[in-house]
Ligand binder design. Structure first.
Ligand code: DX5
Ligand code: ZN
Length: 215
């Protein structure tokens, strides 16, 4: 089954509770945390995740675009995240593995994310550590509303093949430029969780915009 994960990066932060309620027909709520170092943008942090947790029962898919994420795993878990994605490029592999271990101890689902530059094979050791989800970026992380990178379709296909071989229960999420035109392409390539910010919050009829992504 295809899951849709609206990204609140494109929501109205002054009316965040209202905008979260508008996407209740979706499957996950995607929360983009950016630190101004790993990516050239700053968004939200632990206190906001804690407040979001109080206003929704949706599955909180928290995408950490931050350097050295190990420092904050416990805090985001305590704030109420259901899943944490950390970027493979954000620290030394031993500390990425340690961060995944801490996620397990905190009872949150574990995910690794790949920038477009990172090769699919980089996920292999982490699949063997039992990650629940791999996130393949289909834009350079940092901003909503960018154009989908078609060159990432190959990476999605390769990650899907690796998942099937080593950990078939693992989900494959894509993030960036997902819209009704690109959704069928990523699903055909093997993605099963689709993040969408502008294609959801940029539309008048939000439930219809979510339905339009279910291919
Ligand atoms: C970008 C974020 C995305 C962003 C996607 O770095 O990780 O989640 O909100 O926005 P759209 O769907 O507009 O490309
Ligand atoms: Zn994201």
């Amino acid at each position: 089954m295809i899951k849709i994960a609206p990204s609140i990066l494109s929501a109205d932060f002054v009316n965040l509770e209202r905008d979260i309620k508008k996407v209740s027909s979706a499957d996950y709520l995607h929360v983009d945390v950016m630190d101004g170092c790993f990516v050239p943008n700053i968004t939200i942090g632990v206190p906001v995740v804690k407040s979001i947790r109080k206003c929704t029962d949706m599955f909180l898919d928290v995408h950490l675009m931050i350097d050295k994420p190990l420092r904050y795993i416990e805090d985001f878990a305590k704030a109420g995240a259901d899943l944490l994605s950390i970027h493979l490029e954000a620290d030394h592999p031993t500390r990425i593995a340690e961060a995944l271990k801490v996620m397990g101890e905190c009872g949150v689902k574990k995910a690794v994310a790949l920038r477009p530059i990172t090769a699919a094979e980089a996920v292999l050791p982490y699949l063997e550590l039992g990650v629940d989800l791999v996130l393949v970026m289909t834009v350079e992380p940092g901003f909503g509303g960018q154009a989908f990178m078609e060159s990432q379709l190959d990476t999605i296909r390769q990650v899907r093949a690796i998942i099937e071989k080593y950990n078939p229960a693992c989900e494959l999420e894509v993030d960036g430029g997902i819209a009704p035109k690109t959704a069928p392409l990523v699903v055909e390539a093997g993605a099963n969780v689709l993040v969408a910010g502008s294609a959801v919050y940029g539309k008048e009829d939000i439930p219809a915009a979510i339905a339009a992504l279910r291919v």
